[in-house]
Write a protein that binds this ligand. Structure first.
Ligand code: CDP
Ligand code: MG
Length: 616
C-alpha cells in the first residue's frame, strides 16, 4: 500500500529525470511545494538506483530528521537505524548498515570538524557519496555554512554529488551561487486554498486566535486545524483558553488540542501527528511551516508573527524577537491547508498588513551572533573567515567583534589563528563559552561538578508539576540550593539523581521529570566521551568558589549588575534591563553581581540560569 502511495506522489513523475540529472551533474537543485515528496523520495530513488551509495540528508531541525528517518524506514519496511537512520546532537540512531542518514545541518558540520582530529587534510566527508541539503530556503546559519563548505569540497572531490532541495523560492540565487543549471521544479497537484484576512487590525492575537478556532470548529465541516503561533507561551495560553471555553460552551462537538514546538519532549510532539477521533487543532510554531507534514489539515489559522533570533552589533547577545512573518512564510503557512482537498486559511492580520510584509525573511547569518560559527569555520581550517564565500556575507564589524571574543576566550591567538585550546573547544558540541568552561574546569580539577552542570543545562523541561500538587518550584529548588547559583544547584540535582537508588520515586517526590534527567545523564556520558581526547588524568575537588570563578570567566560577555533605581539588572554589554527568571534560586534575592546563561524574552526580559558572583 505504501508502494502505491509512493508512486502517486507528484515527484514520482520526475524519478528518471532526476536520477539522470544526478548522473550528469555534480550539483543539482530540486524545488517543490511541501509534501510533493522531495525529502522522503529522493534519497530512496538514489538508493534504489544504486544500493552501494551512501547518502546524507540534512535538516534544520532534530524533529524533522527523526520523523523523516522513521517515515522512510516504514516505507522501505526496515527497522529504524538499520538501512535508514538519523543522527542528531546527543542521539545517534545509525549503524554499520545505514545507507541513508538524516541528520541536522549542525551534525554534518561537526563531521567536518571531527575530520581535523583524524587528519587535517581529510575533511572530505568521504563516508558519503551524495549529500543532500534540505530546506535550504530556510537559510539557517548552519545550512548557509554547509553550502559554502560543500561548494569548496566539490572542487576537491569530483565524484561527490550535492543536491540542494528547497521550497520554490529564491532558486535563481541558489543556482547562481552554486554555479549550476541543473534545476528541477516539481509541480505539485495542490488544491486551492481560500485565504481570508481579518477586516480590521486585531489588538490581541491570542484572543483572536481562540475566537477564530472556535468559530471554525462550530460552523465549518470536518477537517483538522493547524494554527501558527510564535512559541511555548502563546501556545500554552491559547490551549488553556480553548479548553476553558470548550468546557463552558456546552457543545457536543469535541475538540482535541495538540501542541507542537521544539522545546516539547519528542514523545509529546509526536501526539500532534496522530489521528484523532474528534476534530484536532494543532497549535504550532513555524516548525510546522515546511519540514513536516501533518495529515488531515484543512484549515490554517496564521497569527502573522514569528519569533526570530536576532542580534545587534555592540550588543553581545542574541535575543528572541517577535517579528511579522514574511510574505513567503505567509504563503507557506497557507499552503499547509490545501494538501488533501480544498482548504481555507484565516490570517489574523489585514490585507494592507500583508501587502507591507517583507518578501523574504532576512537570512539568519545576517542577524545572529556568529561566535560559534566562526569558531567552527576556524576549526575546519578556513584561514580568512572574513572573505569566505558565503551565499550572503555577514557584517564585517560583527565578525571582527566575534573574532576578538574568541581571542579573549583563548580559542584564537592575537593573529586569529586557532589555538590548541580552540581546537579542543571546537570538538565539543557546545557553545564556545561552555566548551571553554568545561575544559578550564577540568584543568582546575572541578570537572565532575562542571560536567553535571553543563549536562543538565542542555535539557529542557526539568520540572514536571502535576495538577493539584502543592509543591512550588521555589520550595524544591531550596532543597537542592548551593551557593546562590542555578548552575551549581542544578548540578546538585543531577548528582543526587545519579546517586539515588530509586530514581522514579526521587523524581516524583521532587516534581522532576524522569525522562529529562535520563536524557541529562546520557548527555553527560556523551560529553565525557568527547572529553576523553582532552582528559589526561582525573582528580576532583569540591570547590564552589573555583567553579564560579571559571564560569564567570567563560561567561565574560554575560555579566549583569543590580540597579536599585530600576529594580532590575543592567546587562554589562548593553545596558539593557532584565529580571531574574522566577525559576531561579535567586528569584527575589537581588544579589549585586550575577552571570547568566541566556536572556529570554517572554512577558518580560528574563535572565535564565543565574549565578551570584562576588565582583565583575
Ligand atoms: O519534502 P517534501 O515536503 O516535498 O515531502 P515529503 O516530506 O517527502 O513528504 C511526501 C509525502 O509523504 C507527504 O505529502 C505526506 O503525505 C507523506 N508523509 C507522511 O505521511 N509522514 C511523514 N512523516 C512524512 C511524509
Ligand atoms: Mg521536505
Amino acid at each position: 500500500m505504501l508502494n502505491e502511495f509512493r508512486t502517486q506522489l507528484p515527484i514520482f513523475q520526475f524519478r528518471e529525470k532526476i536520477i539522470k540529472s544526478i548522473r550528469d551533474n555534480q550539483v543539482i537543485i530540486i524545488a517543490g511545494e511541501t509534501g510533493c515528496g522531495k525529502t522522503t523520495q529522493i534519497p530512496q530513488y538514489i538508493y534504489e538506483n544504486d544500493p552501494n551509495v551512501k547518502i546524507a540528508v540534512t535538516q534544520p531541525r532534530r524533529l524533522a530528521a527523526m520523523t523523516l528517518a522513521e517515515r522512510c524506514s516504514l516505507e522501505k519496511q526496515t527497522k529504524l537505524g538499520q538501512l535508514i537512520g538519523y543522527n542528531v546532537r546527543f542521539d545517534d540512531c545509525t549503524s554499520k548498515e545505514t545507507q541513508i542518514t538524516f541528520l541536522t545541518d549542525g551534525m554534518l558540520i561537526r563531521e567536518f570538524i571531527i575530520g581535523i582530529f583524524v587528519d587535517y587534510k581529510d575533511q572530505q566527508l568521504k563516508r558519503y557519496d551524495v549529500i543532500i541539503i534540505d530546506e535550504a530556503h530556510e537559510r539557517t546559519v548552519q545550512s548557509d555554512l554547509l553550502l559554502g563548505l560543500l561548494k569548496n569540497l566539490c572542487r576537491r572531490r569530483k565524484q561527490l554529488k550535492v543536491i540542494l532541495m528547497s521550497a520554490t523560492m529564491q532558486i535563481e540565487k541558489f543556482a547562481n551561487y552554486l554555479e549550476t543549471e541543473a534545476i528541477h521544479i516539481i509541480e505539485a497537484r495542490t488544491h486551492t486554498v481560500d485565504v481570508f484576512n481579518v477586516p480590521i487590525r486585531q489588538q490581541d492575537y491570542v484572543e483572536s486566535m481562540v475566537n477564530t478556532i472556535l468559530q471554525l470548529h462550530f460552523t465549518q465541516p470536518e477537517g483538522d486545524i493547524l494554527a501558527f503561533l510564535t512559541g511555548q507561551e502563546d501556545i500554552e495560553d491559547v490551549k488553556e483558553i480553548l479548553i476553558e471555553r470548550m468546557k463552558i460552551s456546552n457543545q457536543e462537538k469535541q475538540l482535541d488540542v495538540k501542541m507542537l514546538y521544539s522545546a516539547l519532549p519528542p514523545e509529546v510532539q509526536l501526539e500532534a501527528f496522530q489521528k484523532s477521533v474528534h476534530r484536532k487543532v494543532v497549535l504550532a510554531t513555524n516548525i510546522a511551516e515546511t519540514s513536516i507534514t501533518i495529515d488531515g489539515i484543512v484549515y490554517v489559522v496564521d497569527c502573522g508573527y514569528v519569533k526570530i533570533r536576532s542580534f545587534q552589533i555592540g550588543k553581545a547577545i542574541d535575543t528572541l524577537l517577535l517579528a511579522p512573518v514574511s510574505k513567503a512564510q505567509a504563503e507557506q503557512r497557507a499552503g499547509r491547508a490545501g494538501r488533501q482537498r480544498q482548504g481555507q486559511c484565516y490570517r489574523l492580520y489585514t490585507q494592507q498588513t500583508y501587502e507591507r510584509l517583507a518578501k523574504y525573511m532576512l537570512p539568519e547569518i545576517l542577524r545572529v551572533n556568529l561566535l560559534s560559527v566562526i569558531l567552527q569555520m576556524k576549526a575546519i581550517g578556513i584561514q580568512n573567515v572574513l572573505t569566505f564565500d558565503l551565499i550572503d556575507r555577514p557584517d564585517m564589524e560583527l565578525m571582527l567583534a566575534n573574532l576578538n571574543q574568541l581571542v579573549k576566550l583563548k580559542a584564537l591567538d592575537s593573529e586569529f589563528n586557532l589555538t590548541e585550546h580552540g581546537k579542543n573547544m571546537s570538538s565539543l558540541p557546545l557553545e564556545p563559552q561552555f566548551s571553554h568552561f568545561l575544559i578550564k574546569a577540568y584543568e582546575c580539577g572541578i570537572f565532575d561538578l562542571a560536567l553535571n552542570s553543563i549536562s543538565i543545562l542542555q535539557v529542557e523541561n526539568l520540572f514536571y508539576f502535576q495538577r493539584g500538587t502543592k509543591e512550588s518550584m521555589q520550595k524544591i529548588l531550596a532543597k537542592f540550593k548551593i551557593a546562590n547559583s542555578d548552575h551549581l544547584t542544578k548540578a546538585n540535582i543531577l548528582r543526587k539523581y545519579e546517586e539515588t537508588q530509586n530514581k522514579k520515586s526521587f523524581c516524583k517526590e521532587n516534581c522532576l521529570n524522569h525522562k529529562t534527567l535520563q536524557k541529562a545523564m546520557s548527555v553527560k556520558q556523551q560529553l565525557k566521551d568527547y572529553m576523553k581526547r582532552i582528559i589526561k588524568k582525573e582528580f576532583e575537588k569540591e570547590d564552589y568558589d573555583k567553579f564560579k570563578q571559571v564560569l564567570s570567566e567563560a561567561l565574560m560577555f554575560k555579566h549583569a549588575v543590580y540597579s536599585p533605581s530600576d529594580q532590575a539588572y543592567k546587562l554589562k554589554q548593553t545596558n539593557q534591563l532584565a529580571y531574574i527568571h522566577p525559576e531561579s534560586v535567586l528569584f527575589n534575592q537581588k544579589p549585586k553581581y550575577v552571570i547568566y546563561n541566556e536572556v529570554i524574552l517572554t512577558k518580560k526580559v528574563y535572565l535564565r540560569d543565574v549565578t551570584e558572583i562576588d565582583e565583575l
